[in-house]
Design a protein around this ligand. Sequence first.
Ligand code: DX5
Ligand code: ZN
Length: 220
Amino acid sequence: MMKWIAPSILSADFAKLGDEVRAVENAGADWIHADVMDGHFVPNITMGPVIIEAVKRNSSLPVDVHLMIENPERYIPDFANAGADFISIQVEACTHLNRTVHLIRESGARAGVVLNPATPITAVEWVLEDVDFVLIMSVNPGFGGQTFIPNSLNRIRELRRLILGKGLSTRIEVDGGIKESNIGAVSEAGADIFVAGSAIFGARDYAATIRRLKEKANTP
Ligand code: DX5
Ligand code: ZN
């Protein structure tokens, strides 16, 4: 399966966001990852739909909106209307996960579900058929630049087994602490899509960094 890189704009320079998204697009990024935080589900506040609109005006890449918010059903249509191609929701924030996944699809976006580092993988077992991808958090969500939690590798393997056991081809995305030194192992464990914030936007040469990340993801 093709391995994709999704730079997280959380680590971009917000004062020149248009330049930043154009730069990572030219540097070979596959998706743009946008981290939406509400100050309730996570201890940080970031961006709303207007930022997604601004990103869409400056890039033709698919935009992957990661909602780290309570009551996501309240805002899903707004993010879809702003141009989100993919919308993912934290299972811990959803009492009616199946309903909320379907709301994403009815709003016109593709749907993903996200698991925090201590949430059992089986929490997504009965929505696997209804989603395009599952996102495994490999740090506790809230901030960029944190360290990858090693047992995330076992969690990715367990999720890959669950997906294969059901005969599905659901993609696995991983988010948090991904860098050149661990992307090979994360890829080998079964991940397909790699979010990277500080590893890309903290580098001087975006193109060289994305090229090396892709090489390492493809040849673990
Ligand atoms: C964490 C966010 C991540 C974060 C990744 O709450 O969901 O997308 O920005 O940043 P790095 O790659 O720096 O860990
Ligand atoms: Zn994220």
